[in-house]
Each structure stands twice: as structure tokens, then as C-alpha cells.
Design a protein around this ligand. Structure first.
Ligand code: GLN
Length: 574
């Protein structure tokens, strides 16, 4: 196993995740089998209980792992399927060591950070690195490990120590360290001092980077590269310049143009891996498709999508969804014009409220009315839910393409129950526990006594109902998909696999009423009891999905439901 460790310095959010994913992709394009591990130094066991507004979205893996959003990037860039073990946190590794201590595995010993915790980290990495993650079902050749935070933080100290020890375990030619740093521009001058200091910190922590990736808003001057090389005692060809580019999808292209593949190849002796020709050719095709798909189209037509959610301060809260919308628009050679609308601003203000609230209301509705498609994403809690219900009603009545994801599907059910079936007080018990018409209820089998890891999580099957065959647009888009990847074709039956993360579901006792009024559930789980996909017949595209299609979307294999929605919004569904 060859290990590539990616760490960061100077500031957080320097772009390590994109650089790590791009490195993984570049290696994959040479035909190698690549896997990735993310280390997050926080105490949470996983990302499931963290607020998206603060930490960005929680990504969900096929096995139900609730993990940091970076794992989503890895899966999207590399077309791999990772497991919850590919995400290591301080909480998870301490939990593992403490459980072993209780079992008596360290009997007689004083259990310490060094060597017990650092050994456990290395053993975890070595074990998980060899788990097959792609269509070959074989152990990977290379494992890229990204360490969260910046080197020098108290939290990631044990991981830095463990990664230093891993270098000795891995041996010569099997370990490469890239440190990502920042070159700020102050009054027009590219400043190298923060990078010099960051490298000093890394070295005093016992690591010695082979390559230094310098992030900068502008192209790096040769002088700056020379200065970094001189002061950090490396050769200029060990300094990789990563200037800002129009899209993160272009970062692999930038890295390749800097000669990163030959650099990595010589440090890691990648030639010795003897990759079969067939895989080298497949890698080359992957690179060609990546370049074609991500090349900015000439004068693309825009498609305007209103995302009506509650976390509108940062797009990171909807990272996978934004990426999935980009994948779909890239596939159609369109430009995504994404408009974030705070759902609570769509709620009708009281007559007594301030003029600024009225202005917010008008501006939010203007955005919704101008959009070609309306998307209500997943979410939790009541804030903004009435605004989301209004948005779903508007899309339904005005025949604007609509996609409701998870909470968004539940919202569409509430609108329909209230405004078409005449159940005026209909609601979800999550949003109003006292509702008289609980159209969305708790899933009975879940454990409601704790919040971590207790939702219905991960990949599950959805069976398209035979009656949907003749008319369902959602079914039609899935029928065109690659059978190996998401569909099981079995005579007339169409079964798809998508990832889930929810605690509530459509109340089975209302299905008959909803269907009688025209809201049909075209997809259900294997028991036929749990509603997975809803759709309206006489509408250009009104679809709600209980799953999160965005988690499976890839640059080279966009999500079918999101492609259907984007196509309907762009007027090209046919
Ligand atoms: N809050 C809803 C539920 O738990 C929807 C969850 C989601 O959108 N991920 O069922």
C-alpha cells in the first residue's frame, strides 16, 4: 500500500479537500486503484449530530455512516463507495481504544496516547486502506489520507504523531506527504512568511513534507516559488502552485499541468505497481470524460433553480445537492443559476411587522416566481416549514417543476393534504406534535431515546410500482440508468438503490386519501408500507423523494432524479 498524506497549514478551509480529491482522481486516471480516508480531529463520533449551518452538510454513505462532507467529495471525484470506517474522528478512535481497554486487551498496561492511541490510528488506517472501494472489488494500490484542521492544533496532535510513525511503518517509496499552505497577497505582494512558518511547525511536529502545495488567489510568481523553496529547503519542483480557478473541477487539470503525476510517481515508485493495460486505458478514458464534462461550455443557457431551505448562510450546508445540480447541468451543457431562498421569508408577514420583513417577503417570492424549477431540500425542525409548504403549493398550482427531497417530500404531502384533500390542519408530527391530521409520523422501529446514529440511514431499495410504468416521469429517468450502478432490472420491476437519512415517514393511513385525490406514490420500499417517491401525473415534473439522490451523484454519473428535475426546469425533459 502506498500512502499519500495531505495536511494543511496557515488557515483552515485552504482547499485541502479539493486538492486531496484531485490527487486521488489524477492517480485513478493513470489506472491505479485509489481509496481515501478522512481524519477529523473533533470529539464527535461522527458528523450526524453537528449543525449543518456551522459545519456544513452531513454526508451519508451507502452503509449508513454519517460523515464529514469531504467524503462526499472523494466519492464524487473518484467514483468510489466508501464506508463509515473511512472516516476517523477523535471520538471514534478514543471509543475504539477505550472499548479495547475494557475488554482487557491492554491488561496490565497504562493505556496512553503514545503508543496505544497512535498505534490504534495506524492499525485502523492500514486495515481500512485495503478495503475494496471500486468496481474491481480488489484492494486499492494507493490510499490518500486527509488530515482535517491545521498542523499545530492541539486536537490533531495524536494524528500528526501517528502519521509520522506511519511513514516508518510504510517504508521507503510507500509514503508521500503533501502540505497545503496559503500565500496571501498583501498590497499586491505575494507573501511567503506564513508558509515558511507553517512548514517550520510541520517539521517540529516530526513530519517532513515531500511537496508543498501553495494556494493563492493569483498565479504564483517564479520569485515566490523560489522563495518558498529556499526558505523551506526544498527544490522548486517540490512547490506546487494552485491558483484560484473558475471551478473546483478544474483543480485536477491545474495539478496535472504542474507535473504532479510524475512527481508522485518518482517519490512513490508507482511504475513498480505494474498496472494492467486495460486499467491504464480505462483511466485515460476517465480523464478524457472528466475534461470534456468539466470544460466550461461556450455561451451556455442558464437554468434557474430556487433552493428553498433554512440554511441559507453557506452553501456548504447543501454541498452534495449543489454538486449534484452542477453534475446535471454539466451533463446538459447548461449553466446553473442557483438562487438560495430562506424558506421563512416566504411566510406571510403579519400586518404589524416592520417594512424590512415585508421587503424580505417580496424579494423571496420574486426569486421563487422567477425560477424555472423549485427545490425543497432535506432538513429538520419547524423553522421555515410553512414557507416551504407555500413554495410547494405554488409549484404544484403553477406547474413549475418541483423536487422535494426527504423533508421536501414530506412538505409536498402536507401541502397536498391541506390544500387538495381539505385536511386543513395536516402536518408532520415533527413540525407540530399536536396536529389533528398527522400525515407524516415517526417510524415505529427507530430508537427515539438518543439522537446519534438512530435515523433510517444509508442505502435502501425503492420498488417502482407496476402501475407507474405507463406514465411516471421519475421512473422514465431511472429506466435509462446503468443497471450495474443503481438499478436492478427484473422483468417489469424497476428497483433502485438510494441513500436515506430520516426519522419520519408518510403515514400509511393517509395514502389512500392522498392517492384518491391524485398524489400517487410511484415508489415504495420492499414491504410496500413505506412511501419512497411521490409524483403528480398532470404536471411537467412534480416529484418528491424520501431518499437523498444527491449523495450518489457523481461528476461522471449524475443522479437520475436530479437530472430529471433539471431537465424539466430547463424545458428539455423530452
Ligand atoms: N426531518 C425529516 C425526518 O427526519 C426529514 C429528514 C431529512 O430531510 N433528512 O424524517
Amino acid at each position: 500500500m502506498k500512502y499519500i498524506v495531505v495536511t494543511g497549514g496557515v488557515i483552515s478551509g485552504v482547499g485541502k479537500g479539493t486538492i486531496a480529491s484531485s490527487i486521488g482522481l489524477l492517480l485513478k486516471t493513470t489506472g491505479l486503484k485509489v481509496t481515501m480516508i478522512k481524519i477529523d480531529p473533533y470529539m464527535n463520533v461522527d458528523a450526524g449530530t453537528m449543525a449543518p449551518a456551522e459545519h456544513g452538510e452531513c454526508f451519508v454513505l451507502a452503509d449508513g455512516g454519517e460523515v464529514d462532507l469531504d467524503l462526499g467529495n472523494y466519492e464524487r471525484y473518484l467514483n468510489v463507495t466508501l464506508t463509515s470506517e473511512h472516516s476517523i474522528t477523535t471520538g471514534k478512535i478514543y471509543d475504539h481504544v477505550i472499548k479495547r481497554e475494557r475488554k482487557g486487551d491492554y491488561l496490565g498496561k497504562t493505556v496512553q496516547v503514545i503508543p496505544h492511541l497512535t498505534d490504534a490510528i495506524q492499525e485502523w488506517i492500514q486495515r481500512v486502506a485495503s478495503v475494496p472501494v471500486d468496481e474491481t472489488f480488489e484492494a486499492p494500490d494507493v490510499c490518500v489520507i486527509e488530515l482535517g484542521g491545521t498542523v499545530g492544533d492541539i486536537e490533531n496532535g495524536p494524528f500528526v504523531e501517528a502519521l509520522g510513525q506511519l511513514k516508518r511503518r510504510a517504508g521507503k517509496c510507500d509514503y508521500l506527504h503533501i502540505h497545503v499552505s496559503l500565500i496571501p497577497i498583501v498590497q499586491g505582494e505575494q507573501k511567503t512568511k506564513p508558509t515558511q512558518q507553517a512548514i517550520r511547525t510541520v517539521r517540529s511536529a516530526g513530519l517532513n513534507p515531500d511537496l508543498i502545495a501553495c494556494r493563492c488567489t493569483d498565479k504564483l510568481d517564479t520569485l515566490t516559488i523560489g522563495k518558498v523553496a529556499n526558505y523551506c529547503q526544498v527544490n522548486p519542483d517540490q512547490v506546487i502552485a494552485v491558483a484560484d480557478v473558475a471551478s473546483t473541477y478544474l483543480v485536477p487539470v491545474v495539478l496535472k499541468s504542474q507535473g504532479l503525476i510524475p512527481s508522485m510517481s518518482s517519490i512513490l515508485d508507482l511504475q513498480s505497481l505494474d498496472t494492467p493495460l486495460e486499467r491504464i486505458e480505462r483511466g485515460a478514458r476517465r480523464w478524457a470524460s472528466w475534461k470534456t464534462l468539466t470544460a466550461p461550455p461556450n455561451h451556455p443557457k442558464a437554468v434557474t433553480i430556487a433552493l428553498v431551505g433554512k440554511y441559507t448562510r453557506s452553501l456548504d450546508a447543501y454541498m452534495s445537492l449543489v454538486k449534484a445540480l452542477q453534475h446535471a447541468t454539466m451533463a446538459y451543457k447548461r449553466k446553473l443559476d442557483l438562487v438560495l431562498v430562506d424558506a421563512s421569508h416566504l411566510e406571510s408577514p403579519l400586518a404589524s411587522t416592520s417594512p424590512s420583513k415585508t421587503a424580505e417577503y417580496e424579494s423571496a417570492w420574486r426569486k421563487v416566481c422567477e425560477a424555472q424549477g423549485i427545490l425543497v431540500p432535506g432538513g429538520f425542525g419547524a423553522r421555515g416549514s410553512e414557507g416551504m409548504i407555500e413554495a410547494a403549493k405554488y409549484a404544484r398550482e403553477n406547474k413549475i417543476p418541483f423536487l422535494g427531497i426527504c423533508l421536501g417530500m414530506q412538505i409536498a404531502v402536507i401541502d397536498f393534504a391541506r390544500n387538495v384533500c381539505g385536511l386543513s390542519g395536516a402536518n408532520s408530527v415533527e413540525l407540530d406534535p399536536e396536529t389533528l391530521s398527522p400525515v407524516i409520523i415517526n417510524m415505529p422501529e427507530l430508537d427515539y431515546s438518543k439522537l446519534g446514529g438512530t435515523m433510517r440511514l444509508g442505502e435502501r431499495l425503492t420498488h417502482f410500482q407496476p402501475s407507474s410504468g405507463a406514465w411516471s416521469k421519475a421512473r422514465a429517468v431511472y429506466t435509462s440508468c446503468n443497471p450495474q450502478q443503481t438499478c436492478d432490472h427484473n422483468s417489469d420491476e424497476l428497483v433502485i438503490r438510494e441513500r436515506h437519512r430520516h426519522r419520519y415517514e408518510v403515514n400509511p393511513s393517509y395514502i389512500e386519501t392522498l392517492a384518491r385525490h391524485g398524489l400517487e406514490f410511484v415508489g415504495k420500499d420492499e414491504t410496500g408500507e413505506r412511501m419512497e417517491i411521490l409524483e403528480l401525473r398532470d404536471h411537467p415534473w412534480f416529484v418528491g423523494v424520501q431518499f437523498h439522490p444527491e449523495y450518489q451523484s457523481k461528476v461522471l454519473d449524475p443522479s437520475k432524479s436530479i437530472m430529471g428535475f433539471v431537465a424539466a426546469s430547463a424545458g428539455c425533459l423530452q
